[in-house]
Write a protein that binds this ligand. Structure first.
Ligand SMILES: C[S@@+](CC[C@H](N)C(=O)[O-])C[C@H]1O[C@@H](n2cnc3c(N)ncnc32)[C@H](O)[C@@H]1O
Length: 254
């Protein structure tokens, strides 16, 4: 059945594959991602707490089989450097050991593997301490691209620049960023919006920037909210929310 949907060999390839699984909808994995997951003996995925299910694992669940071994890896969401470093190296050591024992291993990653991603830390830690471990990377659809698609919101046109970054931590930083973006025809994609929305919204309202900005929360999940920013009240929002801001359009348009 699977090989009819996705023709080609499905022989497990020993080694580690970092797999971007997209932002939430299990239909937004690439064919290559599904193939790599199906071919793996061990499916690793990041969790913030060991008892948690893991977002990437939830997204990829429809493509996993009961015979595959699940391997949750702890990537704690803390600000201190040392626990994070320890966790990255511990995860890399576990992955390298699985690969050394001959297993085909995938490490799932929500969205893309290279954009503010746990997979990137695993990649760097492997290169540092396990440089002979074979690693392949399959990119994924980012939350930014999925939000733009869901909102029918062109991200960048012609000479526009596009800046994807975390939402600044205070109003003065955001004001400076908006001024720079306006001067350089830069569309802003602000991640990690969450609780900051309570002050970001009034600041954008003052500058008349809510019109045309797109708010996107939990894109691809059943409770997805993608709406003009103007329609979203200034309450605290979940961590999985982002904002797209365009301050000008190119002159030549349809
Ligand atoms: C650590 S970054 C991970 C980005 C991810 N690797 C990607 O490629 O989209 C997490 C931030 O991405 C955004 N994000 C991730 N998934 C999202 C989703 N399903 N809906 C809205 N925003 C999402 C949020 O701004 C969140 O705070």
């Amino acid at each position: 059945m699977f090989s009819a949907e996705f023709p080609g060999a499905l022989a497990p390839v020993a080694g580690l594959t970092l797999v971007g699984v997209g932002p939430g909808d299990s239909q937004l994995l690439t064919v290559a991602a599904v193939r790599a997951i199906r071919a793996a003996a061990v499916v690793a995925y990041p969790v913030a707490r060991l008892e948690a299910e893991g977002m990437a694992a939830q997204i990829a669940a429809p493509w996993m089989g009961p015979e595959q071994r699940r391997l949750p890896l702890l990537f704690p969401m803390v600000s201190e450097a040392e626990p994070r470093r320890q966790a990255w190296h511990a995860a890399a050591a576990v992955l390298a050991a699985e690969v050394a024992s001959g297993q085909a291993v995938v490490l799932l990653c929500a969205g893309d593997t290279s954009l503010y991603a746990s997979a990137s830390y695993a990649l760097l830690a492997l290169a540092e301490r396990h440089p002979t471990c074979p690693v392949a990377v399959i990119p994924g659809i980012t939350a930014v691209a999925a939000a733009a698609a869901a909102g029918r919101w062109p991200l960048a046109l012609q000479q526009d620049a596009l800046l994807i970054r975390p939402t600044p931590d205070d109003p003065a930083q955001l004001e400076a960023l908006l001024a720079e973006a306006a001067a350089a025809a830069t569309v802003l994609a602000l991640l990690k919006l969450g609780h900051r929305w309570a002050w970001v919204r009034p600041l954008l309202a003052q500058r008349n920037l809510l019109v045309g900005a797109l708010f996107a929360q939990r894109v691809g999940w059943p409770d997805q909210l993608v709406a003009p920013a103007l329609e979203v009240p200034a309450d605290e929002q979940p961590y999985f929310s982002l904002l797209l801001i365009r301050q000008s359009w190119p002159e030549v348009l349809p």
